[in-house]
Design a protein around this ligand. Structure first.
Ligand SMILES: [Zn+2]
Length: 82
């Protein structure tokens, strides 16, 4: 039997790092290579890996929570400007 659905191709609705919805095809293809969205890769995971000098480094819950707080604060600041 031919199985066209491979588990590897599945992308979650939300990015597991920032918990925000995947926005576009760019996020989907980013997820295939790094298991996170473009914003998390550029703003969080890639710099963190460079800092740790570990290409496979996975953030711990403290780092994840700090990053999520930072995004929330940034979103709040943007709302206040309006
Ligand atoms: Zn993300």
């Amino acid at each position: 039997m031919l199985d066209v659905h491979k588990d590897d191709d599945l992308v979650p609705i939300d990015c597991p790092i920032c918990l925000k919805m995947m926005r576009d095809a760019g996020d989907v293809s980013q997820y295939h290579s790094t298991q996170c969205c473009v914003e998390c890769w550029i703003g969080f995971l890639e710099p963190l890996r460079l800092l740790k000098r570990d290409a496979g480094y996975l953030p711990n819950s403290t780092e994840l929570n700090a990053y999520r707080d930072k995004i929330d604060n940034m979103n709040n600041l943007e709302k206040q400007k309006c």
